[in-house]
Design a binder for this molecule. Structure first.
Ligand code: SF4
Length: 372
């Protein structure tokens, strides 16, 4: 299992109204930040040798100049090695995808783009506080394909206050019309400290009720499968198996990964660790040659087993019972037979050919599957 590398770019030009991710809207530290990332890489050169995926996430990684992306990739190759067939992804805001930028990214080896489209409805984009329009998104997707990218993902959000099924299906149909290699559909989740969260708290808006949320999910899955997409993880669809996100799959199958940058999480063996969610603190620590680590958690075998079960049921591959037994010395069917039978009877999972796999309803109710 070759580890993956996550690079967090914690800067955004403005804060979206639903966003609870760690990011800064001041760009004053952007230039020193890329140097600090290199400093953090140096701290890990003994622990990680090789990666086969690199994922620039954020924040807004497309805020970087192509030369900065190139510098970061060069430093990765200096401190570690990258497999020849590495998947190198960058998340991008539609407004940032200019032909020259895309050309340079491709020359530097970036071979996968994840575009934060979110919606093709301008009223919804406005409500979400996105800084691009539907037209920008269309233009960005067209430019991406014109510049020769052959593995592009579109991120979409549904379950927005006031949104009805027809509006969501229009956005989905528009996304499908570009035949992207990958589509992620996320249900809007709201934290109280966000702008939308505060409006919800004041009773100015309401979220779609549970039944409508369930219908959004089921209709999304059915429509995209009808279009030939593989629903391989709760929120993720790939046009062919080769377009399944190799990087994100590592999070779901306990492959080690290293996360660099403030708030980034890492995992290896039975240990998870994460950095402080503060760019100032990050820059200061790295300048002093110190680790920007906030905390570490060692998972015992029971926690790892629970996680493997929980994560397995979030993917269409499900859980291979023999592999599970080999890894944890735990016969799931013997130990949890009653609960599994109940879930199977409710149509949430299927147990066949030595696998437990979630059904579409099981995917929709994944959180309740994790309660066993
Ligand atoms: S672009 Fe992404 S990370 Fe930045 S504010 Fe918007 S949702 Fe948050």
């Amino acid at each position: 299992m070759i580890p993956g590398l996550y690079i967090h770019i914690p800067f955004c030009l403005s804060k979206c109204h639903y966003c609870n991710f760690y990011s800064e809207t001041s760009l004053k530290d952007l230039s020193s930040y890329t140097q600090a990332l290199v400093g953090e890489m140096a701290l890990y050169k003994q622990h990680f040798k090789k990666f086969d995926t690199v994922y620039f996430g954020g924040g807004t990684p497309s805020i970087l100049k192509a030369e900065e992306v190139a510098d970061i990739l060069r430093s990765i190759k200096h401190y570690f090695s990258l497999s020849d067939d590495s998947e190198i992804t960058i998340e991008a805001n539609p407004g940032d995808l200019h032909p020259e930028f895309l050309k340079s990214l491709r020359d530097e080896g970036v071979n996968r783009l994840n575009i934060g489209v979110q919606s093709f409805d301008d009223d919804i984009l406005d409500f979400l506080g996105r800084r691009h329009s539907s037209r920008d998104a269309v233009h960005a997707i067209e430019t991406t394909y014109n510049e020769g990218f052959t593995n592009t993902g579109l991120d979409l959000i549904y379950g927005i206050p006031g949104q009805n099924m027809k509006e969501w299906m229009e956005t989905l149909a528009m996304a499908v019309s570009f035949k992207p290699e990958h589509i992620s559909c996320y249900q809007l989740t709201i934290e109280a400290n966000t702008q939308i969260g505060k409006r919800l708290g004041r009773g100015e808006i309401t979220l779609p009720d549970e039944d409508l949320q369930y219908d959004f999910f089921m209709k999304t899955s059915e429509s995209l499968e009808d279009e030939g997409y593989i629903h391989y993880e709760i929120s993720n669809f790939a046009r062919e198996t080769k377009f399944i996100s190799r990087h994100n799959s590592k999070y779901w199958n306990h492959t080690p990964y290293l996360g660099l940058g403030p708030s980034a999480h890492s995992f290896s063996g039975n240990t998870r660790w994460w950095n402080h969610a503060s760019t100032d603190r990050y820059l200061d620590n790295i300048k002093k040659g110190k680790s920007p680590l906030e905390d570490t958690e060692n998972l015992d075998i029971k926690s790892l087993r629970m996680e493997a079960f929980f994560l397995g049921l979030r993917t269409a591959k499900g859980i291979n019972l023999q592999d599970f037994n080999n890894r944890f010395n735990y016969d799931l069917v013997a130990e949890k037979g009653d609960v599994l039978a109940k879930l199977e009877g409710s149509g949430l999972i299927e147990i066949a050919d030595g696998h437990i796999v979630p059904t579409r309803s099981g995917f929709a109710l994944a959180d309740s599957l994790a309660l066993i």
